[in-house]
Design a protein around this ligand. Sequence first.
Ligand code: ADP
Ligand code: MG
Length: 631
Amino acid sequence: MDILDKVRSFREEENKLKWEGTFAEYLDVVKKRKEVAQTAHSRVYNMIKSSGLIERDGKRLYQFFGEEIFGLEDAIERLVEEYFHPAAKRLDVRKRILLLMGPVSGGKSTIVTLLKRGLESYSRTDEGAVYAIKGCPMHEDPLHLIPQHLRHDFYETYGIRIEGSLSPLNTMRLEKEYGGEIENVLVERIFFSEDKRVGIGTFTPSDPKSQDIADLTGSIDFSTIAEFGSESDPRAYRFDGELNKANRGMMEFQEMLKLDEKFLWHLLSLTQEGNFKAGRFALISADELIVAHTNETEYRTFISNKKNEALHSRIIVMPIPYNLKVSQEERIYEKMIKESDMAHVHIAPHALRVAAIFSVLTRLEDSKKQGLDVVKKMRLYDGENVEGFNQVDVEELKKEFPNEGMHGIDPRYVINRISSAIIRKEVPSINALDVLRALKDGLDQHASISQEDREKYMNYIAIARREFDEIAKKEVQKAFVYSYEESAITLMNNYLDNVEAYCNKNRLRDPLTGEEMNPDEKLMRSIEEQIGISENAKKAFREEILIRISAYARKGKRFDYRSHDRLREAIQKKLFADLKDVVKITTSSQTPDESQLKKINEVVARLIDEYGYNSTSANELLRYVGSLLNR
Ligand SMILES: Nc1ncnc2c1ncn2[C@@H]1O[C@H](COP(=O)(O)OP(=O)(O)O)[C@@H](O)[C@H]1O
Ligand SMILES: [Mg+2]
């Protein structure tokens, strides 16, 4: 579909969702669909729930965050179940500012953005629909029109509790525009949108001297004072601060604790009483989720200041640590690269994995458990079982350091290092070693890493490098044995021919020259030695195999190299042993001969087709493994 067609059809969809009616008509909607009258907190919780929930190993994974946030299942579970869920039930936490506290680039802003984008689309669904008094800059809840003394009745009839009082502006509009007849007040469906400033507000600290409280609570509209005669006429006031605009939805305070105190105090009454003061008006009721984020240092400074005590008690802190799972860390990098202008760069297999190993290691605490070094712990956290420990131990290990993951290397640092490696390399292709080198160089330049940490980190780079060496060797060997099956069959047939001749005391005939020859003792022994068959035991082993073959033949079954376990093992080991030399020689030869060249080309082709390399990275890998095997 043409892009303009898409825009058009989107607009049509939007138009279909629109609704406008009188308050009387709105009450019919409410009667049928109580959820339209839910609080902001309840809407957020239902939105999260509506994306689905997977229960696995006694943990609940909220799908809402699953596509964007990786490896933070515990933190998210806690966030939903200790904040959003009780807040939706109007419990006290709702009256507190939700403060996400965690290390830099740990995903705090991403979580908040997900909530915002989520609300925008949720408000366009049936279950998430929101209605407001038409023409109100704060999209006030229409139910505020119901006078206080009738609210109890309303609750009895509809089962809906109404909180907050009609704003000064709408109180005046009700009188002037509707002659006090609430049933005629116009109501419309609204759609949350950060761009249009509907139901979503954001506040970022800037220079405290120039930052104006009006940014939060709106300001007098001097151009209309003359018309309305007084500053205290609500029509002469612009209710366009972030707190006004975020009404019914959510409000984000970026780096909240950097804010000047005078801003924070406004939040006290908003959270506690659900209202705030603007201009010369009575308190304005607002229903919004307030989310803020900060790092640990700022948070500690903040709580150590006695002056902040009152505010402190109005905050609920949710830790958002770094991810501690290597495979999830890889996904974070993949996502970040996809979103960046490096998306076209070829990233060789395992390049992100080594970076992930490094970062996760920098975040882990050393366990005091016997026999559990940090590498084992890393594997265990990523879902592998390691010698002496399995997944059952993970929960217990986590209790050893409840604050684990609050420091270490952050994902953005890694991505920056990768991008600088790409710039340096000129070819749009980068491998694991390039990444490790870039990370290492970065440590030298990184001013905020202490000498002690630097040494530790260097060691982690060495660990990541060793992990990569193992992976690389295995990968190349696998790529060399494309025709593994075929080679195994040929080798076995050759062996059996010789065994037969040996046992029957025959000679063999060379298939090419027709010349007679003795059984190839060297070949037979080279295979048998792989499984530790001694010179004395060889005769018995060979005869046993012949007996097995004839037993198979009698039953009309085909004997192949899998028909005898020990023989199979011997053949396999022999193939790998031979291969090691081939790999070594082929990959490290400066001037490969014709057949080596052919083999190299084959292997490169396989690395490209089946393992995800490109020709640059495949050749780099072969060269590297060659040098490893020659050490
Ligand atoms: N656990 C995670 N899952 C997915 N992405 C993450 C995670 N942690 C960090 N990121 C990514 O790292 C970058 C920085 O995260 P951000 O949300 O801005 O961190 P913060 O606000 O905590 O400083 C973003 O691109 C984000 O997507
Ligand atoms: Mg942030």
